[in-house]
Structures are given as structure tokens and as C-alpha cells.
Design a binder for this molecule. Structure first.
Ligand SMILES: [Ca+2]
Ligand SMILES: [Ca+2]
Ligand SMILES: [Ca+2]
Ligand SMILES: [Ca+2]
Length: 303
């Protein structure tokens, strides 16, 4: 629903005086009527709009920000009480709302330490046709899954009062006139959406053997080639992914045998992703997006 023009400001006096002109034989004359003054009442209206795009989040993340705009579409200054509803249906989980903030520096972005914590009961008036940006900070439960959606509804309600359109609050309008509930009911709400972007890692290990006799028996002197495949699934990514594997007892690591994606890595801890420190191999894979796999191999010899 678009913001509407506030119209004539509440408290404005509309004055009207009629005049009459005539000639009664002694020339043209003009007379004025009495003046009718009318004070414009205050109409209470508000529109809430969320930013209309899904806000990505991850399981367990704190201080996740939803952004809304609250516009005073009435014709007088009015303060609006703010509240949230976090358990609405139509989604997959309930975000845990922590706080509401007002965009104090009007840059449309939540700035910790700069923007103003909303405290119920201490609202300041919003001028007619003015908009304030409101941020809802929430925690995403750790139990959510990739692709889950969580909704938080922001509600704004005129402090003077709400109700059916046309409801009058005598004498409570700007300038001492009445306050009249407008077409919005003097309250409004809209849904902000979180969308969980997560990733999971699965790890599969297999081994092949080449024995000294050209067969595949696990006898002393046989070479074991281990293959480790890490598969990342989901719409998100994982960071700091690393594969570690201790060299099994009764075997000896075959020097220089680490490969990643088929390319050899050195045993030294150097610029490439892999190293062998005497007891284990390590391959640092960093950030890996969902849908990708990483395959590592190394060899040991049975003592
Ligand atoms: Ca007001
Ligand atoms: Ca919910
Ligand atoms: Ca800000
Ligand atoms: Ca290396």
C-alpha cells in the first residue's frame, strides 16, 4: 500500500467569508458576510512496509536485521507504538526477536551504537508524510535447516488511538481538534522474511591396496591408497573446511603422496593446502560452497 499524501494539516483553520455587490441607486457597494472558521481535525493513519527481499541468515546467527519503513500517512504529528509478532504461520520457524531500533542517522542501515534502541512508552512524534526506518534484530535458532523461512511481523499503532475508520477521539487531535481514525485503522503491519542459507559437509573415505606381488592383499610391504571425499551440500557455504587424517599404526606414510583434486601437494607446511607433520596429514580447504566436492588422496605402506 503506497503512502498517501497527508492532505491539509491538522489544526489548520479554514476561513470563508462571502461578499455581495449591488447598486441601490447611490453607486456600487460591497458587503461581507460573517466569517465561518473551521479547524481541520487530525486523521490518524500509518503504513508499514518491509524491505520486500529475503534476508539471508545462517543457523544460530545473532543480531540478524530485518528492515521496515513506517510512514505517518495522517495529517498531524503522531507517535506510533511498535511491536513484533514472531510466531506467525506460513513459515518454517520462529525467529527470536531481541530488540527494535530506530534509524537515528537515517542511512537505511542498522548501525550498532548509533541507531536508537526503541523503548515502549518513549516514542517521539513522526511528522505527517514522514517515514522512519525501523530495524528488528533477531536470533536464528540453531536447529533451522537450509531453505527454511522465518517471518517477523512489525506492527505500528498510533499512540492517540486505533479502531474502525471514523472512530473519533474528542479533543486529542493536533491543535485541539478531534483525532479521527483514518482508513488504515491508525495501525499497520508488514512481514519481514529471513531465509536460511546453510551448508552441510559429508566425508567419505575408501582405500585400495597394491601388494608387492601385484595383487591387492594387505600384507607387509603393501601400499594403501586412501581416498577422502568431502561433499558440501546446501545453498550456503562452509568456511575453514579442513581435512585431517592420522597415519594408522603399523603403517608408514609414503613421502610426497598427498594429492588434492588429482594434483600433488608438498609435505612441507608451505603455500599449498597440504602438509604432513610426522603423525598426520592436513589439507586446508577454506571456504567451499554447496554443490562442490574436494577429493584428497595419500598413501601409506604396511610395516
Ligand atoms: Ca497526533
Ligand atoms: Ca514462524
Ligand atoms: Ca543507521
Ligand atoms: Ca605443502
Amino acid at each position: 500500500m503506497p503512502a498517501q499524501a497527508a492532505g491539509t494539516l491538522a489544526g489548520t483553520t479554514i476561513s470563508n467569508t462571502a461578499s455581495a455587490s449591488f447598486d441601490n441607486g447611490s453607486g456600487n457597494q460591497t458587503i461581507n458576510s460573517n466569517t465561518v472558521d473551521m479547524r481541520v481535525d487530525e486523521v490518524l493513519d500509518v503504513v508499514v512496509a518491509d524491505q520486500a527481499t529475503d534476508v539471508p541468515t545462517t543457523p544460530g546467527a545473532t543480531n540478524q536485521v530485518l528492515t521496515y519503513r513506517v510512514t505517518n500517512t495522517g495529517n498531524g504529528p503522531e507517535a506510533f507504538a511498535l511491536g513484533t509478532i514472531a510466531n506467525v504461520g506460513g513459515d518454517d520457524y520462529d525467529p527470536v526477536v531481541a530488540q527494535i531500533y530506530i534509524d537515528a542517522n537515517n542511512n537505511g542501515t542498522y548501525d550498532a551504537g548509533t541507531d536508537t534502541l526503541y523503548v515502549a512508552g518513549s516514542e517521539s512524534a513522526l511528522q505527517p508524510d514522514a517515514t522512519m526506518t525501523v530495524f528488528v534484530l533477531a536470533t536464528t535458532p540453531g536447529s533451522v535447516a537450509d531453505g527454511n523461512r522465518g517471518i517477523v511481523t512489525l506492527v505500528a499503532a498510533a499512540k492517540t488511538g486505533t479502531g474502525a475508520p471514523g472512530t473519533a477521539f474528542a479533543g486529542l487531535g493536533e491543535g485541539g481538534g478531534d483525532a479521527i481514525v483514518g482508513s488504515t485503522g491508525a495501525d499497520g503491519q508488514d512481514n519481514g522474511n529471513f531465509l536460511v542459507s546453510a551448508a552441510t559437509v559429508s566425508l567419505v573415505k575408501s582405500a585400495t591396496i597394491v601388494d608387492p606381488f601385484g595383487g591387492s592383499e594387505p600384507v607387509p610391504g603393501a601400499i594403501i591408497t586412501y581416498t577422502i571425499t568431502a561433499t558440501v551440500a546446501g545453498s550456503g557455504s562452509v568456511s575453514g573446511l579442513a581435512i585431517n587424517d592420522n597415519i594408522p599404526a603399523d603403517t608408514a606414510y609414503v613421502a610426497g603422496s598427498i594429492t588434492l583434486g588429482g594434483s600433488p601437494l608438498t609435505d612441507a607446511a608451505d603455500a599449498d593446502a597440504g602438509d604432513f607433520n610426522g603423525t598426520r596429514i592436513h589439507i586446508g580447504l577454506g571456504t567451499v560452497a554447496g554443490g562442490q566436492t574436494r577429493t584428497v588422496t595419500f598413501r601409506t605402506r604396511i610395516n
